[in-house]
Design a binder for this molecule. Structure first.
Ligand code: URA
Length: 239
């Protein structure tokens, strides 16, 4: 990895704000490979050195992967002048890291949103050709039947949009699990509209082989383990 300024490395790792980090460095609280460094502008390759703040080792992470249980009313964006975003809900120390939501859930959709700074993984996870399935719990305004399951399996046409075949599993009169690997705008809602039903609730519960952590209340988040990061790109169907 390229060398970066020490203050930039530490603030990007969520240690403190850039100006706070500068002060800490100037006060001699930061060591690099055991030596005190007092110049915030000194450059290091964070993957090749060992950095400690007040004796505490900073475990360098090139990228962060956060699972959030998105609540209703919040948008999948980094910032917005009016409406709260998923990034606004992150703990303060994570707000400085240039994180963004990988893909979009509608404002009224709840559930699993991945928030990361890894553009390459986000791209792979979202590209339909990667066949990473996203699983949704859907509620709608009419009783669903096997004909709906068949229509989804055949692929839905909505106006001039074509949606790839999708798996639907009925879970109650008006509820189903639906799995898609595309992420077109309002896709699930449009698919239901095409079979004459209106979506009344929508919640994403799984991406790849990673399920939304049941311990996360709406608005809460946690970091993914490295195993979970690998499983995000799994092509295995949830059914
Ligand atoms: N499909 C939709 O219609 N909305 C979402 O938020 C996600 C999938």
């Amino acid at each position: 990895m390229a060398k970066e300024r020490l203050d930039k490395i530490l603030s990007a790792q969520g240690v403190a704000s850039r100006s706070e980090v500068k002060t800490m460095i100037r006060r001699g609280l930061v060591t690099v490979d055991g030596e005190v460094v007092r110049a915030p502008e000194d450059k290091f390759d964070p993957e090749l050195v060992s950095i400690a703040v007040e004796g505490r080792q900073i475990g360098f992470k090139r990228h962060l992967y956060i699972m959030m249980n998105k609540p209703e009313g919040v948008i999948c964006a980094t910032s917005d002048g009016r409406i709260r975003t998923v990034v606004d809900l992150l703990p303060e120390h994570l707000q400085r890291r240039g994180l963004f939501p990988a893909g979009r859930l509608d404002r009224d959709t709840t559930g699993f949103v991945l928030i990361t700074d890894d553009g390459e993984l986000a791209h792979r996870m979202l590209a339909p050709k990667s066949h990473v399935y996203k699983l949704y719990e859907v509620g709608c305004d009419r009783t669903l039947c096997d004909d709906d399951v068949k229509s989804f399996a055949e692929g839905i046409v909505h106006g001039d949009e074509h949606f790839q075949p999708a798996k639907m599993k009925l879970t109650g009169d008006n509820t189903a699990l639906v799995e898609i690997c595309e992420g077109k705008f309002h896709q699930i809602k449009k698919m239901f509209t095409s079979v004459g039903a209106v979506v009344t609730s929508l919640r994403r519960i799984r991406i790849g082989e990673v399920s939304l952590d049941a311990a996360l209340a709406p608005g809460e988040c946690r970091e993914l383990s490295s195993e979970e990061v690998q499983l995000l790109l799994s092509r295995k169907s949830g059914f």
